[in-house]
Design a protein around this ligand. Structure first.
Ligand SMILES: [Zn+2]
Ligand SMILES: [Zn+2]
Length: 124
């Protein structure tokens, strides 16, 4: 399962929109190291909003699509939109899973604020 270019770009764009762009890991090695460190608990040092939002979205798509969705090659957002369109009985429906991308980025902003708050209080 991999996000298509437009949806991945959209995710990055939304992360930047919330002012978290500079927190995204610059390369795969950094991202992997942070992911490893984050297993013991998320901190300001290991937080990666892009990976965080990505994981959040995967989690949500598994929730609605079942674990089998991971085995799909298609972009989960496109797949979700396509499936919805085929099954939706509402005329002129404007529902789109694209909104989840915005929501996931928004949540990462909240997580970041919380991490910063905890770091300032010295309880992180
Ligand atoms: Zn897509
Ligand atoms: Zn619909």
């Amino acid at each position: 399962m991999q996000f298509c270019k437009p949806h991945w770009d959209k995710l990055q764009e939304m992360i930047s929109y919330h002012g978290l762009g500079s927190l995204v890991s610059k390369d795969g090695i950094t991202a992997a190291k942070r992911a490893e460190a984050a297993k013991d608990g998320l901190t300001v040092a290991n937080f990666d909003p892009l990976m965080g939002a990505h994981n959040r979205l995967i989690h949500e798509f598994i929730r609605v699509g079942g674990p089998g969705i991971i085995a799909q090659d298609d972009c989960p957002v496109c797949l979700g939109n396509h499936t919805h369109k085929e099954n939706c009985i509402q005329p002129c429906c404007t529902f789109s899973y694209d909104a989840w991308i915005e929501k996931a980025a928004e949540e990462m902003k909240q997580v970041w604020d919380e991490l910063q708050r905890r770091a300032k209080e010295g309880t992180s």
